[in-house]
Design a protein around this ligand. Structure first.
Ligand SMILES: NC(=O)c1ccc[n+]([C@@H]2O[C@H](COP(=O)([O-])OP(=O)(O)OC[C@H]3O[C@@H](n4cnc5c(N)ncnc54)[C@H](O)[C@@H]3O)[C@@H](O)[C@H]2O)c1
Length: 378
């Protein structure tokens, strides 16, 4: 008999940016059933969010301690099994830690924590708990990103000689130039966001994508960050040169002050035989570039794609796959792990991706603060 994984949410209320994505994604493959959680710090809004979804109000809690205490009293087949942590960054660590220690699987938003030390501790706890821990680097769920991973890793580009990952947004412009408006943005507050805004929020996606598709480990970074104003404590733009452990050179360019840009996440990898380009705003097109030949455009759902890519497609070719599908594919991968089914490690980012991401953020900020020097990653 098909049983759904009972899912809880922390954050992701109707007032949030990311909640709707997780809600729809978790339902897409019939793997999960959202049962309860804490959707909002305001009790009224918390209940309202739950009511809109049609949840039993008894499963909507005021805080995490109450949620854990009540849920673990329930018979195993009734209680929440996995929890999605969708709050601002500063809460990820304490929430995920308590969840693991009390036997819940965790699906956590990025960045994993606000410090590398916290991430290390969480990694240890996760290993001891033997619970599934997914980190939702959403973009790895796109079929053509998975195809790109398979092509790069199987040598279609030849030896990799340049990696260029750009993530440009402009959304922070209306806030950053005005002190009062700046205070409204939690991503600009180190207490809630951690030591970085731009690199933490989107540079971390670019870093994880680099390692996800190439299989190469970044060994060191040299960062030049842009805070725009002396009284602004958080970076809103930055360029990070990196070298992989094997010596491949690359660059991560991230910005939230790229005026007019929306979510321009563009990944370009060049080998000595061919190059490849993928753009998040047109995620169904993967460009394969060869010297002296017309460029090829690969699209989702065709038999020339890898199993990992084909697994991530639900409809016949020509029906565009979007961000909801990408997140759903990550939920699908985590569900396989929770149900002890076999899965490919490319199907969902793990706590190790989260840990590596925190190392990248901290070492990049350190590099910038020390005067743009090379800093080794762990
Ligand atoms: N994977 C991605 O592409 C992606 C995209 C956007 C955001 N994110 C991440 O998702 C997380 C949330 O970001 P957002 O933009 O949705 O933030 P948001 O401010 O829009 O929403 C945060 C939600 O958490 C709730 N909340 C705050 N404190 C809480 C608590 N103690 N208990 C329960 N709920 C609480 C808020 O009421 C709100 O519903 C961040 O870590 C962010 O980095 C990831």
């Amino acid at each position: 008999m098909h049983t759904k994984i009972k899912l809880g949410f922390l954050g992701g209320g109707s007032n949030s940016l990311i909640g709707v994505l997780h809600k729809i994604a978790s339902y897409m493959y019939d793997d999960y059933e959202l049962i309860g959680g804490i959707f909002n710090t305001d009790l009224g809004k918390n209940k309202e969010s739950a009511e809109r979804i049609g949840l039993d109000q008894k499963r909507v809690y005021q805080d995490l301690d109450a949620m854990i205490a009540e849920e673990i009293k329930l018979p195993v087949d009734k209680r929440i099994q996995a929890v999605s942590v969708l709050t601002p960054n500063n809460l990820h660590f304490s929430m995920a830690k308590k969840l693991l220690e009390n036997g819940f699987h965790v699906i956590c938003e990025k960045p994993l924590t606000t410090t590398y030390i916290e991430a290390l501790e969480l990694d240890k706890i996760a290993k001891i708990s033997q619970k599934v821990f997914a980190v939702t680097y959403t973009y790895t769920g796109y079929p053509m990103v998975r195809q790109m991973r398979q092509m790069i890793r199987s040598g279609s580009l030849g030896n990799i000689q340049k990696i260029d990952v750009q993530y440009y947004q402009g959304w922070i412009n209306p806030f950053i130039h005005d002190l009062k408006k700046r205070a409204e943005v939690w991503r600009l507050d180190p207490e809630r966001s951690g030591i970085s805004c731009c690199l933490g929020d989107i540079g971390s996606h670019a870093f994880q994508m680099t390692e996800y598709i190439t299989g190469l480990k970044v060994g060191k970074v040299l960062a030049d960050l842009n805070y725009l104003y002396e009284d602004n404590r958080m970076d809103v733009d930055g360029t990070v040169l990196f070298r992989t452990v094997k010596g491949v050179k690359g660059v991560i360019r991230a910005s939230q002050i790229a005026t007019g840009e929306e979510n321009n996440f563009t990944v370009q990898v060049y080998g000595d035989r061919a190059g490849i380009r993928w753009e998040q705003e047109n995620p169904n097109y993967l460009y394969f570039l060869e010297e002296g030949k017309p460029r090829q455009v690969l699209k989702p759902g065709h038999i020339y794609n890898s199993d990992l890519s084909l697994e991530a497609v639900k409809l016949p070719p020509g029906h565009p796959e979007g961000i909801f599908d990408a997140m759903a594919n990550i939920y699908r991968g985590a569900a396989k792990a929770i149900k002890n089914e076999s899965y490919d490690e490319g199907e969902f980012p793990s706590i190790n991706d989260g840990l590596r991401g925190m190392d990248f953020i901290e070492k990049s900020v350190l590099s910038h603060k020390k005067g743009n020097i090379w800093v080794d990653l762990n």
